[in-house]
Design a protein around this ligand. Structure first.
Ligand code: AMP
Ligand code: MN
Ligand code: MN
Length: 337
C-alpha cells in the first residue's frame, strides 16, 4: 500500500532558500535521529553555500562521535549569539526532531526569539511552537523528512549527509523493524546506500560498539527485570549505584529497553532511570496498538505511539514504578474492551 504524505510545505522551503545563515537545533539528550538529521542537513546546507551553526546543549555522546560532521556541534551560547548578530536579518532558525519547545533545553526562550523559527518534526505528541512548521507523525524519522526537504530544495545528497540520514532513519525505525517503517522509508534508505553508505559499517558503529563497562551495566540492568500482567509488561531499571559499580555512564543504557521489549509476550516495556538529585527518567516501548505516548503525555512527556518517555523530579524509582504500573495496566485492559 502506498502511504499518503504531504509535500514539504512551501513556507519551510522558502524560509531555508531565502536565508544565508541557518541555526540548527534539536532536542536535548539527542538520539541518532536528532544528531543524524542535524549533521545531515548541516552538510547539505554548507555544500549549498550557506553558513550553518549547529547548536547542542551538551557535547555529542561517545555513542555518536563517529558521525561525520559531529565536529560542527557547538555548545557555546556566546558563539551562537555572535553568529546571530552577524547574520542580522539574513537568518532562519530550524528545530529538528523536537516535539515541544521545552525540549530545546534551558536557553529555549532565547532561541525562540529568532524569527523565522522553523520546525520539522514527526512526534505524535508534538506541541506546536515556532513560526513555520512541518510536522508529520506518519514519518518514520526526522531523517526521512530531511531527505524530502533536500529534494524540495533541489540539493544533491552528499556522502556525509547520506551517512547521517541513514543513521537517523536506522535508529528511529529500530533498524527498519518498527511499524513506522514504510515503503518510502526503505526507498530513501536505498537512495542513501546508492550514495555510498555501507549498512554493515553503520550497524557496526551503532550496535557492535559495546565497552566492557557497558556490557557489565547491561548485566546489572537485565537482572532487575520484573514482569506483570501475565508477562505482557516488563519493567527494568538502572540506579546510580549500578553506574558506579560498572564504570559505565547513563549514555550507555541506550538500547537496553529493546531486551525486555524482545520478550515474545511483552506488549509494553518500561525502563526507569535514576538521575541525579531525585530525578527519574522513563522510557517506554510498546508493540502494535498499545499507545505509550498517551501514558507519557499524562506525565507531561511525549513521543510516538510505540516509543515515548518522560521525566519526573523529587521522586524515586519505586514511586514512579507504582505510578506507571497503574497506567500501563489500564491501557492493556482498555485495549481488551
Ligand atoms: P527514549 O525512550 O528516550 O528513546 O524516547 C522515546 C521517545 O519519547 C522519543 O521520541 C522522545 O522524543 C520521547 N521522549 C522521551 N523523553 C521525553 C520527555 N521527557 N518529554 C517528551 N518526549 C520524550
Ligand atoms: Mn529523537
Ligand atoms: Mn525522531
Amino acid at each position: 500500500m502506498k502511504e499518503k504524505f504531504v509535500t514539504v510545505p512551501d513556507a519551510v522551503v522558502q524560509a531555508l532558500e531565502g536565508a544565508g545563515n541557518i541555526v540548527l537545533f534539536t532536542h536535548i539528550h539527542p538520539d541518532g535521529d536528532a544528531l543524524g538529521s542535524l549533521f545531515g542537513l548541516a552538510d547539505l546546507l554548507l555544500a549549498s553555500g550557506k553558513k550553518v551553526f549547529c547548536y547542542l546543549e551538551e557535547p555529542v555522546s561517545h555513542l555518536y562521535d563517529f558521525l561525520p560532521g559531529c565536529e560542527l556541534a557547538n555548545c557555546s551560547l556566546d558563539d551562537l549569539e555572535s553568529f546571530v548578530d552577524e547574520a542580522s536579518t539574513d537568518l532562519v532558525a530550524l528545530a529538528l526532531d523536537c516535539g515541544d519547545a521545552d525540549r530545546l533545553g534551558v536557553h529555549r526562550e532565547k532561541f525562540l526569539n529568532i524569527s523565522p523559527f522553523a520546525v520539522i518534526d514527526h512526534h505524535l505528541s508534538h506541541r506546536d511552537f515556532g513560526t513555520v512548521r512541518w510536522v508529520e507523525s506518519s514519518r518514520s524519522s526526522t531523517g526521512e523528512m530531511v531527505y524530502e526537504l533536500a529534494m524540495a530544495l533541489g540539493l544533491e545528497i552528499t556522502y556525509r549527509a547520506a551517512y547521517n540520514l541513514y543513521v537517523a532513519i536506522c535508529t528511529d525505525t529500530g533498524s527498519f523493524r518498527y511499524d513506522c517503517t514504510g515503503s518510502r522509508t526503505l526507498h530513501i534508505a536505498a537512495e542513501l546506500v546508492e550514495k555510498g553508505v555501507r549498512p554493515e559499517e553503520v550497524g557496526g558503529h551503532l550496535f557492535d560498539n559495546y565497552s566492557k563497562e557497558r556490557l557489565k551495566l547491561m548485566e546489572f540492568v537485565l537482572a532487575t527485570m520484573n514482569l506483570y500482567e501475565s508477562d505482557q509488561v516488563a519493567f527494568i531499571h538502572v540506579t546510580r549505584q549500578m553506574l558506579r559499580e560498572s564504570g559505565a555512564t547513563m549514555e550507555d543504557v541506550e538500547g537496553f529497553i529493546d531486551y525486555p521489549r524482545s520478550l515474545r509476550t511483552v506488549k509494553i516495556a518500561v525502563f526507569l532511570k535514576e538521575g541525579k538529585n531525585g530525578q527519574v527518567s522513563v522510557s517506554m516501548r510498546a508493540k502494535g496498538e498499545c499507545d505509550v505516548a498517551a501514558i507519557a503525555r499524562g506525565f507531561d512527556g511525549g513521543g510516538h505511539r510505540n516509543a515515548a518517555g518522560f521525566r519526573l523530579s523529587n521522586t524515586s524509582i519505586e514511586t514512579v514504578r507504582l505510578q506507571v504500573q497503574e497506567k500501563v495496566s489500564r491501557v492493556l485492559h482498555d485495549q481488551k474492551k
